[in-house]
Design a protein around this ligand. Sequence first.
Ligand SMILES: Nc1ncnc2c1ncn2[C@@H]1O[C@H](COP(=O)(O)OP(=O)(O)OP(=O)(O)O)[C@@H](O)[C@H]1O
Length: 251
Amino acid sequence: MLNAKNLTMCFGGLVAVDNVELSIDKHQIVSMIGPNGAGKTTVFNCLSGFYKPTSGEILFENNPIHNLPGFKIARKGLVRTFQHVRLFKEMTAIENLLVAQHYSLNTNLFSGLFKTPSFIKSEAIALDNAAFWLEQVKLIKMANRPAGNLAYGQQRRLEIARCMVTHPKLLMLDEPAAGLNPKETKELDELILMLRNENGITVLLIEHDMKLVMGISDKIIVINQGKHLATGTPDEIKANREVINAYLGEE
Ligand SMILES: Nc1ncnc2c1ncn2[C@@H]1O[C@H](COP(=O)(O)OP(=O)(O)OP(=O)(O)O)[C@@H](O)[C@H]1O
């Protein structure tokens, strides 16, 4: 589904990502791990079009995307969350999910002004879709609460729902468990598995919570000092001497 070849990103003299190769198959849950400053978020930013890579190639469903802006990549079905929550805090939970669907709404001036049947229909579909995803992330009772008033774990789930209303194929989550308590992390774990198992979504995540990573990943990619260090199953990564030395440490 996604292939990156010789991906390199430089900031002035700093080579933040150095010739990284990665591939993600459909319906996999893939985690990217590595020490702080290893280059993981920079890889994410390149894959999602927030940065234009200095060099290298990114193919999404066999089509090059490394020259496309983020919004065009998102429309192709590759969407992401950020390390820090980025909701519209004054808007309600459901409004956040409606705004995310503006692209699919029939919102030209004429249809909006005169509330044409096609406008009303597309609004109803967007509302149903938003309600469906609020239900899936267990936030339906919070639909009319301002997003900024939700608990942190709920805001994290709302962000995932905001991605899901756009019908993505590949969901990229940047440190989704950061700041969550153990109960919230368990709920996140179940949510990610549900997205893959019941909704057929492919998931790429950056995460430092090794219990979560080892529990849900089909494949783990390790980045260290901007370079690809290892790729393997959780068991292979846990036993990899180089990964233990660079990141995991001895148990
Ligand atoms: N926009 C930028 N301008 C300059 N340097 C940057 C920029 N973004 C990242 N860097 C540098 O690139 C390197 C990789 O950073 P990155 O945020 O990708 O690491 P990371 O693996 O995601 O770390 P963490 O786990 O702490 O989030 C770091 O040295 C960082 O300071």
